[in-house]
Design a binder for this molecule. Sequence first.
Ligand code: ADP
Ligand code: MG
Length: 735
Amino acid sequence: MSAPGPMAWPTFKESVFQEKGALAQERPLQRTPLRLPQRTTLPELRTVPVTELPGVGPKIAAALKDLGIISLSDLISHYPSRHEDLSNVKKISDLRVGEKATLVGKVVSTKKLGRPVRGRTPGFSVQLYDGTGYMLVTIWGRGWLLNQLMPDTSVVVSGEVQRRYGLQLAAKNLEVIDDPETARDTAHARRFVPVYPVNKGINARRMRDLVHRALHASGHILDPLPAKILARHGLVNLHDAVREFHFPADKEHLATAMRRLVFHELFLIQTGLAARKARLEKTEAGRSNRGDGRLLNSFLKSLPFGLSTAQERVIGEALEGMRLEKPMRRLLQGDVGSGKTVVAVAALLTAVESGGQGAIMAPTEVLAEQHFISISVALSDLPVNVVLLTGSQSATERRVALEAVKSGQAHVVVGTHTLIQRGVEFQDLSLVVVDEQHRFGVGQRMVFKEKGTTPDTLVMTATPIPRTLSLTLYGDLEVSVLDELPPGRKPVETGLVEVAERNDAYQALRAELEEGRQAYVICPLVEESEVLEDVRAAEELYEELAEEIFPDRRVGLLHGRMRAAEKREVMRAFRTREIEVLVATTVVEVGVDVPNASAIVIEGAERFGLSQLHQLRGRVCRGLHPPKCFLIGDPKTEDAQKRLEALCKYQDGFKLSEADLHIRGEGTLFGSRQSGIPDLKVAKLLRDIEVLVEARSAAFELVASDPDLKRPEHRPLRREIQDLLGKDVEWLFRE
Ligand code: ADP
Ligand code: MG
């Protein structure tokens, strides 16, 4: 027998092969006498395919794969979505109408329900007997459960008791369990039954079984977290936590296990981020950018308004960061219309004062040109040369611009992502501002690299990510928050208008125009793949508005497919009020700033995401007239309905994004993976804010004491982080 420890896998595999012939499909769990390595780690279990587990053939393996489960580690980390609490089971004879109840009983008979009712897929009903009485249980959808519900099968159901041809239970959940009479200590017969995400190929019972077997087969899971941290934060060890989270003895054990796993998940991510940050700070040379205020002060004096307190504070934070020797990496979060541009210009001028160049990058040409115009105008009395660099410039324009950037003649460079393309050389770039950063993706922010030194970066976003989320997403950035709007802003009166009543919205819009103000009309969103459709829809809407609804008004059209010069001309005309109604696609979604526009109509509003709607509405919160927003559409899904309701209810982007998280569920947030941060399995950011803050400070403390995680007691942790964050922290693992 080989020594216990990480290298003991062959023993496990041998024992599995010996077992295979003898396996019956429905063997009782407790009689699976595998000889196992006694101690293992999750990364090791990641190398063992589920097919090594007795009873997992190709069919089950395929069903597991559909759920993303490939290795033993995946299987034991396939956590229950909830637990069914059987300690609260009611008796059928005691039930009353209107009450919510959980029942355990045996199937007497089942019946398919025929027609769909109120648009819902038909389900089935089950006659249930629990020793005290019979109860009809109805459940919608999930027809594939039917063939598991043979007479005499034990099930647990929960739902609401209703009166409909006598009493019946409208069930939300139905799970097959072992017969509570005969099954004693099996996975199914506990008081807290775990309920797993499952699919057609694998039922709830089988899943519980497999997890149980996998836990059994895994031996003792070693804890990668240093003992000191466990002690300090009152955490149970990983082995117990995993087990108890699947099959808890009671509520308290469940809560303890969950807290540990949430901490674990967040701590690993935060440690990776902290290590990345430490590494960058060590390897990157920055320089101190100190301004003398000569440009900045005249700029601030020339503004037609005074700075808000929040703007003053945030400018202070940015200038302080630039003054430090190390490269600044700062995220500026501020709701739509909070006045981020002024902060950006203040930082850019400081870069120029300190003898370098500043660049600001915008996600669209429309926005880049707007910044170019407004910054040029704002700085027209100062000896500052502002240059524009976009993809649509003519070859000559581009050559002249590139030359100015290279020679240092250009002090402030405004552009789109072309700024980071090859062939753009700065004379001495010392600050980069990235506007509407969420539109770029995180990877791009690291691309700026200047001869030996890394410029300071200030990334700005109006996407109102709740602070907790920004801690996680941007764990290696400093965060500044503009938490106050400029004085005098009025809330945008927002209303939902049914399609049949859209003329009402246009009448209200007309009233605004008659007061000398301007308006946007946003075209419904068309699938991205159908760009031509998008253009056609925009043109049709434009024609309808120009010819039928506002024949007496100057209506303009702006969409992404127009030539750059045309777009420029339309925006110029809108800014100068030659165009009164601008029909546009989402090209105006971010950043566009025309304070005289006081109304916006959003057609097909149900198709937009919540943050998109908030951004669009933000186009009309910039002036002093009480602005209006009309959402036209009829939401067909519950989510769409909730989104539109949230928008009518809240003005504040932070509130809205929290609502959005609730509506969408948080899993999708990191879905795109563009952030380089893995999806969360156990933690829920809204719920686990406190644990996040705790895990974050623990992670940064640990990295401060051992930046490369090289100490022997930190090696297991390093291995876990490598598995989790992969390429993003590759350097951590180079010797
Ligand atoms: P965002 O944060 O969305 O980028 P902007 O920088 O475009 O916001 O500012 C929105 C509008 O508010 C602009 O018209 C700007 O001139 C104006 N603004 C900015 N700061 C103030 C302030 N302190 N007082 C009054 N208006 C301001
Ligand atoms: Mg902006």
